[in-house]
Write a protein that binds this ligand. Structure first.
Ligand code: UD1
Length: 417
């Protein structure tokens, strides 16, 4: 298993290019199953999670071709199976997003309960309630879900929580359902808008994506299309945080500034300079950051995926910061690792109180999940002495060429396989 070794503290300097968004590509690959025509996805980041999603659609019979210039072609004209392997679905929670497309196009699916990062119980009840409201017959047993529907029917679906995955899954199913589906209290994340744009290019009729009410008028057939997903706002946010925490000066290129507004606002509050351009953001910090409080919320609130990278910046800031995690109930696993590096953090229920210290010290730490790994990397860049981060596969799920990108900004970082 790979390890990342960060030698010394450094001030990140230079330009980094942001890749396309993992959380946009994954549902879009699933959505390709809605058509028997070929879908072409350009500028794909070949992340570990993307490879898993490709394996999932391939295991159902979709033909998949990945070219050297990062173009992914998916042709789902010859789907041979409506059953997914337990191993693949358990590997990654987002693989559950094939349920809506399969149910809508083929009327049945047998799928195991999803896995993914260990950041809470992460139920799928909202997805299932949505499909049931559209007329699907759902049974659960032995770790599997079986669903049947001769023809899904549009309905009004109110989500108890604006779940990103449930909004996407129901939206995809609704595209081929009979009549109108209205999703209320829908998630408003930019990735939902990107999925809606992709589906609309396929011929779907969708209104309101990006607001809390999405209306989808079902159609009989969806055609193939070509698409480039939006830039990864969490990768961009991670580099923004790394630039500020290391007191560096980094131009984060290929980002939609609007998508990272909550991060920009908090970094400014901490005393960093943030300059917005049309498709880039520059983050510069000349001294120690100030403490700040954050509360994670669905978009456009502060993203839960940025909570742990932000905590790393707080660890070396002046004063006491408070982090309140409201989206996932078990997303503080990075804290015990950060403490090994000398961070002063106390947990009180869903809040963490971070008392900033002047310096962190390098240590042997473990990436416990994807964003926890990103947080450790930022802390390692601020620490005196070498830091060894194990279980790097978590980081590779969501960051492409992370050490190359960091090295280009001056970090002394190496991977040991
Ligand atoms: C997506 C993102 C993930 C991000 C999260 C929140 C992808 C591939 N992943 O995950 O990076 O951290 O959004 O922004 O896009 N919930 C239920 N019942 C459900 C579904 C969700 O109770 O049926 C709860 C979850 O347990 C969690 C909250 O809703 O507490 C948010 O989950 P959700 O928005 O669904 O996250 P994901 O789609 O899994």
């Amino acid at each position: 298993m790979s390890t990342l070794i960060v030698e010394n503290p450094c001030q990140l300097q230079g330009t980094v290019n942001i890749s396309c968004a993992k959380n946009a590509i994954l549902p879009i690959i699933a959505a390709s199953l809605l058509s028997e025509d070929k879908c072409i996805l350009e500028d794909i980041a070949t992340l570990e999670d993307v490879k898993v999603m490709v394996e999932v659609v391939n295991s159902l019979g979709a033909e998949v071709r990945m070219s050297n210039d990062n173009v992914l072609e998916i042709a789902a004209y010859n789907i041979t199976s409506t059953e997914t392997s337990y191993e693949l679905i358990r590997k990654m929670r987002a693989s559950f997003l094939i349920m809506g497309p399969m149910l809508a196009r083929f009327g049945k699916i047998r799928i195991s309960l999803p896995g993914g990062c260990a950041i809470g119980s992460r139920p799928i009840d909202l997805h299932l309630k949505g499909f049931a409201a559209m007329g699907a017959n759902i049974t659960l047993g032995h770790g599997y879900i079986e669903a049947h529907a001769d023809k899904l029917k549009g309905n009004s679906i109110y989500l108890d929580f604006p779940s990103v995955g449930a909004t996407e899954n129901i939206m995809m199913a609704a595209c081929l359902a009979e009549g109108m589906t209205i999703i209320e209290n829908a998630a408003e994340e930019p990735e939902i808008v990107d999925l809606s744009n992709f589906l609309s290019k396929m011929g779907a009729v969708i209104k309101g994506a990006g607001t809390d009410t999405i209306r989808i008028e079902g159609v009989k057939y969806l055609k193939g299309t070509t698409h480039t997903a939006i830039p990864d706002r969490i990768e961009a946010g991670t580099f923004m945080m790394a630039a500020a925490a290391t007191r560096g000066d980094v131009l984060i290129d290929g980002v939609v500034p609007e998508h990272v507004k909550p991060i920009t606002a908090k970094l400014k509050e901490m005393g960093a300079e943030v300059y917005e351009f049309e498709k880039a953001i520059r983050v510069k910090a000349t001294g120690r950051l100030q403490s700040v409080d954050i509360k994670t919320m669905p978009y456009p609130g502060f993203p839960t995926d940025m909570q742990s990278p932000m905590m790393s910046a707080m660890c070396v800031s002046k004063g006491t910061s408070v982090v309140t995690e409201t989206v996932f109930e078990n997303r503080f696993m990075h804290i015990s690792e950060l403490k090994l590096m000398g961070a002063k953090i106390k947990v009180d229920g869903r809040s963490a109180i971070v008392e900033g210290v002047e310096k962190l010290s390098g240590a042997k730490v473990k990436a416990t999940d994807l964003r926890a790994g990103a947080a450790l990397l930022i802390s390692a860049l601020c620490a005196e002495g070498p830091t060894e981060i194990s279980e790097v596969y978590h980081i590779d799920r969501g960051y492409i060429n992370i050490e190359k990108k960091m090295r280009k900004l001056g970090a002394k970082i190496n991977r040991q396989d």
